[in-house]
Design a protein around this ligand. Structure first.
Ligand code: BJW
Length: 229
């Protein structure tokens, strides 16, 4: 294989699974126990904001107890050592990539350790519990805070930057994502249109498996370090 000059990597919940964070659509995943319409849509938040706060408070507490794994660290080292263009796009709202050293990183579905004020539309760091009486540190409004995450029906973040990188990359690697959620699930086709080599590293073939030139199947902590190092 020709040495790549520009790499885009997409990650999903599967890369954090071995750190102890649940995926969404695996048999014991979050959506097998909780209706996504109640906790991951603007309509669910409007109907029952307390339920949504409780869900993300639980997720925040859980992430505080886990560590990045060998796959996160392998991507951190790859970014440091790779001499070309590099962009890591994660759908995950946890902070395990940055804790493993990743810097050129986009959280396209937001971050649960950030909050968004729906009154003034400013963002801020948020590490503790969020409740109906949470106050915005910018405008002082009470009761307008929400987790800074992207729910179904909302526009994922930094799409222009992501598509620009996809159309210029010559290697696209998708790691630990089921390929069910758009627009992320369509990135492999964008990268192929741009002439990139496309690689899937996942426990099992994803929904978009047919669009990849190459695939390795197995746990991320084994196949990611083996592939990138
Ligand atoms: C392992 C492993 C191990 C396990 N090692 N692997 C067509 C085009 C555009 C949009 C749509 C469309 N059709 C429908 C839509 C709308 C919708 C959508 O996609 N719906 C589908 C369900 C059909 N999309 C949206 O609404 C998005 N917005 C949008 O489209 O705006 C308009 C727009 C259009 C065009 C261009 C640009 C914009 C927003 C989607 C927001 C998703 N939000 C969530 C919640 C975020 C906050 C939170 O975390 O709570 O994001 S839902 C959830 O799914 C979360 C994830 O990031 C996302 C993806 O899940 P992921 O990461 O793939 O996890 P799993 O569980 O599905 O898969 C895990 C995989 O890992 C599995 O394959 C396992 O095998 C594997 N695995 N253990 C390696 N140890």
């Amino acid at each position: 294989m020709k040495y790549p000059s520009s790499i885009v990597i997409l990650t999903g919940a599967g890369i954090s699974a071995e750190s102890g964070i649940s995926t969404f659509r695996d048999p014991d995943g979050i959506w097998s126990k909780i209706d996504y319409r109640e906790v991951a849509t603007p309509q669910g938040f409007a109907a029952n904001p307390l339920r949504v706060h409780e869900f993300y408070n639980w997720r925040r507490r859980n992430v505080a107890t886990v560590e990045p794994n060998a796959a996160h660290f392998a991507l951190g080292r790859l970014e440091q050592e790779f001499r070309g263009e590099f962009l890591l796009v994660t759908q995950n709202v946890d902070s395990l990539h940055e804790r493993a050293g990743s810097k050129r990183l986009i959280h396209m579905h937001g971050q649960h350790d950030k909050a968004l004020c729906t009154a003034c539309e400013q963002r801020c760091a948020w590490h503790g519990e969020m409740s109906l009486s949470s106050q915005c540190p910018h405008c002082g409004s009470v009761g307008y805070m929400r987790p800074d995450v992207v729910w179904f029906g909302e526009m994922p973040y930094e799409m222009d930057r992501i598509y620009t990188a996809l159309t210029a990359c010559d290697l696209f690697i998708s790691i630990g994502t089921s390929g069910n959620v758009y627009p992320a699930a369509g990135f492999v086709r964008e990268a192929r249109k741009a002439g990139a080599r496309t690689v899937e590293l996942n426990l099992e073939p994803s929904e978009g498996a047919a669009h990849f030139n190459e695939a390795e199947h197995g746990p991320a902590t084994s196949i990611v370090p083996a592939y990138v190092e």
